[in-house]
Design a protein around this ligand. Structure first.
Ligand code: MRU
Length: 354
């Protein structure tokens, strides 16, 4: 992967950048120590950046893949002319295979495919780039709306717990769960954030804490295992998390550890909110048991910052998402509003029935 520095301000809301004639992704594997971009010039390089977690977070993966389709179309039209439509199929496949759980990836690819089907003959690039940019901009706007809906649920002032990174880095900007927290903090409803460090990738420690400190929102980092003890001490109003895929019955896949947080929250009478755009709701998946859960290499658990921390011969199980049953969720917040105590009927009604 080609790493470059760009002469632009580094902010969480500028993690996905179209610059000149290429896509640049802020390398989230190196934050907060280094602010470097990875250059993507075609579908394989975009897919590799998604697979390697240069860019991560469900909406950000979808947006990046949409740009990847535009890059692929430019390349295919240059080599195959009007036959580009058949040769782009392998690019769509490569992008679809980059990560399995975040349904926003497949949503974005399906959206771009529909646009492709409606294109007239000729060079498709400008039209597909405009569409990728529209998906990117719409995600930012949706997050602001979600922020307002979610903040209104928080009576506050209170402290909240969040997990993984769901901020500008994980989206087109502002964030899903972190967007709700940002909006609620601006309204005086959230005073302090307890951020799980989120083993093994440390998205909470490296990314969420970085975003919150930059926004001057008080943040206390804690080991994932400390969350239940923190709830037991009192003063936590809500646990607020994002999602990679929400099944038709309201079961929620999110970063490993979310399910345990939901169980602990119910035990302690702490409310549990999931913030996600409707592009994360997958009506074709009946319930959480049908959501494909990505498993990543054992070394991610056996090592810390590239150093092996375990004895030779130790194995590891590394599922990177888990499923929280709908019954443990008090509210799902989307850009359209709030689904309280989600179930299949309420999800269907929210999505306009089907
Ligand atoms: O493995 P990651 O870092 O891509 O996982 C990200 C998460 O689990 C987020 O919580 C989820 O994508 C919602 S973010 C907007």
């Amino acid at each position: 992967m080609k790493q470059v520095t760009l002469d632009i301000p580094i902010t969480a809301d500028a993690a996905i950048v179209w610059h000149g004639d290429r896509l640049y992704l802020l390398d989230q594997r190196l934050l907060p120590a280094r602010e470097v971009f990875v250059e993507c010039s075609d579908a394989p390089s975009t897919a590799e950046a998604i697979r390697a977690m240069v860019v991560r977070g469900a909406p950000a993966i979808g947006i990046s893949a949409a740009y990847g389709v535009a890059l692929a179309a430019r390349e295919r039209f240059a080599s195959a002319g009007d036959d580009w439509r058949s040769s782009i199929e392998s690019d769509l496949r490569v992008l679809a295979e980059s990560r399995p759980t975040a349904v926003n990836l497949f949503w974005a690819l399906a959206h771009m495919r529909r646009v492709i089907e409606g294109l007239p003959p000729g060079d498709p690039f400008e039209r597909l780039l405009t569409e990728a940019q529209a998906i990117h901009a719409r995600d930012r706007e949706d997050n602001r709306r979600m922020g307002d809906f979610g903040a209104a649920l928080i009576e506050g002032p209170t402290a909240v717990i969040t997990h993984c990174n769901t901020g500008g880095l994980a989206t087109g900007g502002w964030g899903t769960a972190l967007g709700v927290i940002r909006s609620a903090h601006a309204q005086g409803r959230v005073e302090r954030v307890y951020a799980d460090e989120t083993r093994p990738w440390l998205q909470g420690a490296r990314l969420t804490a970085w975003e919150l400190v930059r926004d001057h929102i008080p943040v206390q980092l804690m080991a994932d295992g400390a969350a239940a003890a923190r709830m037991a001490r009192g003063g936590i109003g809500w646990v607020i998390v994002g999602s990679d895929r929400i099944a038709a019955n309201g079961d929620v896949a999110n970063k490993i550890g979310t399910y345990g947080l939901a169980v602990a929250a119910r035990h302690h009478g702490v409310r549990f909110m999931v913030a996600a755009p409707t592009s994360t709701i997958d009506l074709d998946t009946a319930d959480g048991s049908a959501i494909p859960i990505e498993e990543r290499p054992a070394d991610e658990v056996l090592q810390c910052a590239g150093q092996r921390t375990t004895a030779a011969g130790v194995g590891a199980w590394n599922p990177v998402f888990d499923v929280t049953p709908a019954a443990l969720i008090d509210a799902i917040v989307t850009e359209r509003g709030v689904i309280e105590r989600p179930d299949a009927a309420r999800i269907a009604a929210h999505m306009g029935g089907r």
